[in-house]
Design a binder for this molecule. Structure first.
Ligand code: A3P
Length: 312
């Protein structure tokens, strides 16, 4: 469904609105009226921009680097996705308690999140305008992570093939992406909706590319933003090693292997069979043709004229 945050009379001509999964309509009111708590921390993003990576960083910082607990409990139970519903089947969890929690989360993610103990860590892919009203009025701490659109799109394509049963080719997917018709699009409206708030005291805007280039300064910024005690060198180094791509790829609590149907995945090329796929900046160059890349650049230019947002 395409959702416009404005009332119909106020929709500007160039406004695309947001494409959301159909089930959002069933949850819309409950999401808008969701009650926040002062110590909630939110990670918001457009899909495939490094959400999981940021979530794990934020959760570990918020939980005094308790890596043992982080590895013992799958991420959606520690850090639920507010507006997810039962899209996924999952393979059995390692223990029954965890399986029950996952089932409760999948059945009704809004209820599951509402009933969590504090402090809560909450993931959302909703754009700024569609966040729960109280997140804005009560100035909940929100960390938004952005990633360049070409890598985001390629990652989204592989994700859609692996998890959502998409069987088209990459060129067709790029078309859908550029036409703002994949879930949570428009990509640029989404990103800019948070960029406009980057200087609000409760908002931290970070980029996947900066995390890849040099993770420690980003971690330090997040620690400060969350109001936590500065990490010493040893803690910082342990956290960065826990957050490395290799480490997360092999970490069952964050790598989503339990939502992947291995039989279906077997029909895909080896490099597309995992949620933790490549974890690279500019990996798109291996997959997107020059012609399509030019279309991306024109599309980007047309959305960014008049704004001061740029990827390096
Ligand atoms: P690729 O498909 O390009 O590899 P999200 O969590 O928002 O769905 O984003 C998933 C993307 O982030 C995937 O990108 C995944 O590999 C990448 N990613 C996850 N953890 C990462 C890490 N520790 N380092 C670098 N990239 C990571």
């Amino acid at each position: 469904v395409r959702v416009f945050p404005e009332s119909e009379d106020d929709i500007p001509k160039n406004r695309k609105g947001y494409v959301l999964p159909k089930h959002y309509c069933d949850f819309e009111r409950r999401i808008r009226e969701f009650e926040v708590r002062d110590d909630d921390i939110v990670v918001a993003s457009y899909p495939k921009t490094g959400t999981t990576w940021t979530q794990e960083m934020v959760w570990c910082i918020g939980n005094n680097l308790d890596f043992e607990k982080a590895m013992a409990t799958v991420l959606p139970v520690r850090f639920p996705f507010l507006e997810l519903t039962t899209l996924f089947e999952f393979r059995s969890a390692e223990n029954e308690a965890e399986e029950d929690s996952l089932k409760a989360f999948l059945k009704d993610s809004v209820k599951f999140t509402a009933e969590m103990e504090s402090p809560r860590y909450i993931k959302t892919h909703l754009p700024w305008e569609l966040l729960p009203d109280q997140m804005k009025s009560k100035q909940t701490k929100i960390i938004y992570v952005a990633r360049n659109p070409k890598d985001t799109c390629v990652s989204y394509y592989h994700h859609s093939r692996l998890i959502e049963g998409y069987r088209g080719n990459l060129e067709d997917f790029v078309e859908l992406f550029l036409q703002d018709t994949v879930s949570y699009s428009s990509y640029w409206e989404h990103l800019l909706s948070y960029w406009e708030h980057r200087e609000d005291p409760n908002v931290l805007f970070i980029k996947y590319e900066d995390m890849k280039k040099d993770l420690p300064p980003v971690v330090k910024k997040v620690v400060q933003f969350m109001g936590k005690k500065e990490l010493n060198e040893e803690e910082l180094s342990k956290l960065c090693s826990h957050l490395s791509f290799e480490s997360m790829k092999n970490n069952l609590s964050v790598n989503y292997e339990y939502v992947i149907d291995q039989d279906k995945a077997a029909s895909l090329p080896e490099e597309s069979r995992h949620f933790m796929r490549k974890g690279k900046v500019n990996g798109w160059k291996e997959e997107i043709s020059e012609g399509l890349a030019r279309r991306f650049d024109e599309w980007t230019e047309s959305h960014l004229s008049g704004t001061d947002f740029r990827f390096d």
